[in-house]
Design a binder for this molecule. Structure first.
Ligand code: ADP
Ligand code: MG
Length: 301
């Protein structure tokens, strides 16, 4: 069961604890606005079990949550709690063992260019140029050659890489590679952008810059984003809402609404205060993950 949500706003520098308003379907007046905010993404009782020799490992346990159209949701949780598994399920790269995932009310039953996942290792092709990398996804989606070129160039401009179309991936910095992956994902014009710890390996300055760019692109394109990170400050910096997952099996422990005005900075006092509050909850889950690792180690010696 999900514990009550919390909400942050700049009106008080301390975290305020409030419950999300319950949607009312009871009065006719409430119906149009309720319909307008029908969820983009809906997870109903989603579980994921990896079978192994001793009964299987339950990675995700009856996850229920919704994401609104245009919302920026961050998912945080300790290592091994099922964050990547969750994104794979939403991307349609794997099937839940039970439960269902709905996008615009329709079940997700396989990968689709409408839901694009940016992996931790980016998956860029070293033998293709920047432009060809961005065009690649469009070719897979059956977009004509001319349209591919136009769209790839437009999205490279959006991520400020217009001058690097003919470069190869090894000629780019880490931050630039991230931008190529972002342009490639955006070029297919997905409904939902799924990002798995995309900035984890970057230095602080590059990460700051990419936060700004991602936020700008999100605002300009109105995309729905589900962003996984183990960095709570990054989650508060970016998200409208932060979902905290428990350690194995992953369940939604708590959700936090972040109402701080944008753009936010990682070093803002309010961001730090909100992050501290989430971190208190996360720490308990990290301890469980460390204990599990320790147990696993002991059984191997
Ligand atoms: P996170 O991304 O939060 O670190 P993952 O989703 O990668 O966690 O993994 C959740 C759990 O499921 C881990 O214990 C991991 O070892 C296990 N797991 C992930 N993928 C597989 C797989 N393909 N087969 C078996 N176990 C897996
Ligand atoms: Mg992961």
């Amino acid at each position: 069961m999900t514990t009550p949500s919390r909400s942050y706003s700049r009106r008080s520098s301390l975290a305020r604890h409030v419950s999300l308003p319950q949607e009312s379907w009871a009065t006719p007046a409430a119906i149009p606005s309720a319909l307008a905010s029908a969820p983009k993404l809906c997870l109903n009782g989603v579980s994921s079990l990896f079978r192994n020799g001793n009964g299987g490992l339950l990675a995700l346990d009856r996850l229920d949550f919704q994401v609104r159209s245009g919302e920026f949701v961050c998912i945080v949780g300790p290592s091994g709690c099922g964050k990547s598994t969750l994104l794979h399920l939403i991307a349609g790269l794997a099937r839940p063992t039970s439960g269902e995932i709905l996008l615009d009310g329709r079940p997700v039953d396989g990968p689709d260019t409408g839901r694009i996942l940016i992996f931790q290792d980016l998956g860029l092709f070293p033998w293709l140029t920047v432009l060809q990398n961005v065009e690649f996804g469009l070719r897979m989606a059956g977009v004509s050659r001319q349209e591919r070129r136009l769209r790839a160039r437009a999205y490279l401009r959006l991520v400020h890489l217009a001058g690097f179309e003919d470069s190869y991936i090894h000629q780019l910095s880490g931050g630039m590679r991230q931008r190529v992956a972002l342009a490639r994902a955006l070029a297919t014009e997905p409904n939902v952008l799924l990002m798995d710890e995309p900035f984890a390996a970057l230095d602080a300055q590059t990460r700051d810059l990419l936060h700004d760019e991602l936020e700008r692109i999100w605002a300009e394109t109105g995309r729905t984003i589900v962003f996984v990170t183990h960095n709570v400050r990054e989650a508060v910096r970016l998200a409208d809402r932060v979902l905290l997952l428990t350690f194995r099996p992953g369940r939604v422990k708590r959700e936090f609404a972040v109402h701080l005005p944008r753009p936010r900075r990682l070093e803002d006092v309010e961001v730090a205060a909100a992050a501290r509050d989430i971190l208190d909850d996360l720490r308990a889950e990290i301890n469980k993950s460390l204990e599990a690792e320790y147990r696993d180690e002991k059984t191997h010696y």
